[in-house]
Write a protein that binds this ligand. Structure first.
Ligand SMILES: *Cc1c(COP(=O)(O)O)cnc(C)c1O
Length: 436
């Protein structure tokens, strides 16, 4: 399969090139030349398949022609070597908790898959130059990427994070790992970290001296594996006799997760409608309402992994639908919530069901409620993080102590190692040139 750029100003590229480069030279996002449609029989038999089997079918359909099928199966298996998410139901509302990976974030799946696929191509093609992954983080992405790429030969990860601006738990998850993970503590805010990464990608000399790439959801190998979840959710709902007339609601920031759901839909998965749940960063909702897309600076909210003012995967959604606003608005609805609404939802759901939503999932739940499904329709929302990852917010909102799962606690016992840098590009640049 070949991949084209959404800006159409770069030549098509192979899977290997796309995974190594992340972004096309014309700054567009890579899209597969076609989306494979699965046989109807596959959907009928999904309910009898394990998560690994379902994921393998999806992965083979996309990537099976571009790598050894057995190696791909091994990557899928290794990526998903943790508990399978289980669909739950509270009062007729279905939810799927996507936080069973090593850092209790749904981003674990994409990060682990991308790391292993990149590692495969490095081995296979005998690439000798180290591939350097630069990732700017406000917390969650850095931990998922660092843990996903830990110990993969031929790859070095640099995590840039704002000093004093990430929670202690999050900081431990990427500063205590060692090996091929280097944490860079930047004296600035998240936007400064992101600006440094962007400047590095634009710096000709740096790119001559070292192979740089990103690991956010612009990378095909990072966002696409998230489609596995949608197939698995469908399989579980089908087992429960609830898969007809399905609406899936996705808490969204950069829209990688929702885009993966749209890919599943295009592959034939019988989802009838999608909902994008946003916090106050609601450019997508505005687009759905008006047909006009106006990116703007992000504002800080309780659901901070969705504080995105110009979602990177929006370009993919436009491209998938040929920029047809009516088609997009017919398939996807959007709702957005303030911090007060998020807190109220967390409190109300806990009081009614004893179920603990965290701020991102709270947007998802509330959007599904606001959407008002008709009788006979099934609504599923995705819960994207474990509440303990937002401990301070949760404790304040619910006025109770939140226990830290042992998996997160274990990170706190490690020794913090980081390199301090100021927010100027010159220092970051010479640091990279020194280590390369
Ligand atoms: C990253 C993240 C999101 C947003 O996912 P996108 O794919 O960027 O839309 C939502 N919730 C949590 C907890 C996240 O970490």
């Amino acid at each position: 399969m070949q991949y084209y750029s959404t800006n159409k100003q770069s030549p098509v590229a192979s899977l290997e090139e796309v995974v190594i480069r992340s972004l096309a030279n014309d700054k567009g996002l890579y899209m597969p030349e076609h989306i494979p449609v699965l046989d109807k029989d596959v959907f009928r038999s999904l309910k009898d398949m394990s998560f690994h089997e379902v994921a393998d079918v999806v992965a083979q359909a996309f990537f099976g022609d571009d790598m050894e099928p057995d190696a791909l199966t091994a990557i899928v298996k290794d990526t998903l070597s943790f508990d399978t998410p289980v669909v739950q139901v509270h009062d007729g509302v279905f939810s799927l908790e996507l936080f069973h990976g090593p850092t209790l974030a749904f981003k674990d799946v994409g990060a682990r898959f991308m790391a292993r696929m990149l590692g495969y191509f490095i081995r296979k093609k005998g690439i000798e130059q180290t591939v350097n992954v630069l990732v700017a983080t406000s917390g969650d992405t850095g931990s998922a990427v660092a843990n996903g790429f830990l110990g993969i030969p031929g790859i070095h990860v640099f995590v840039l994070y704002p000093k004093g601006k990430v929670s202690p738990i999050q900081e431990c998850q990427f500063t205590t790992l060692g090996q091929n993970i280097t944490a860079l503590e930047i004296d600035g805010v998240f936007d400064d970290c992101q600006a440094l990464v962007k400047a590095a990608f634009l710096d000709k000399e740096l790119n001559r001296c070292m192979q740089l790439t990103s690991a956010n959801s612009i990378n095909v190998a990072r966002f696409l594996p998230q489609a596995f979840y949608y197939f698995n959710a469908y399989a579980q709902l089908d087992r429960m006799g609830q898969a007809k007339h399905l609406t899936v609601c996705v808490p969204s920031g950069n829209f990688g997760n929702l885009t993966a759901g749209l890919f599943a839909y295009r592959m034939g998965l019988p989802v009838e409608h999608f909902i994008a749940a946003n916090n106050r960063n609601d450019v997508f909702c505005d687009y759905i309402q008006t047909g006009v897309y106006t990116p703007r600076p992000s504002v800080a909210t309780l659901a901070n992994a969705m504080d995105v003012g110009d979602p990177s995967n929006f370009a993919r959604i436009l491209d998938m639908f040929g920029h047809d606003h009516a088609a997009i608005a017919q398939l996807i609805s959007g709702y957005h919530y303030t911090d007060d609404e998020i807190s109220a939802t967390i409190r109300a759901v806990y009081a009614a069901y004893g179920y603990m939503l965290e701020p991102h999932g709270a947007c998802g739940y509330q959007a599904l409620m606001q959407h008002r499904l008709a009788p006979g329709e099934t609504g599923l929302f995705l819960e994207t993080a474990h509440p303990a990852k937002f401990r301070e917010t949760m404790e304040q909102t619910l006025n109770m102590e939140i226990a830290i799962p042992s998996r997160l606690q274990a990170f706190m016992d490690g020794k913090k190692q980081s390199v301090m840098l100021d927010k100027g590009f010159a220092g970051f640049r010479s640091f990279l040139l020194d280590v390369s």
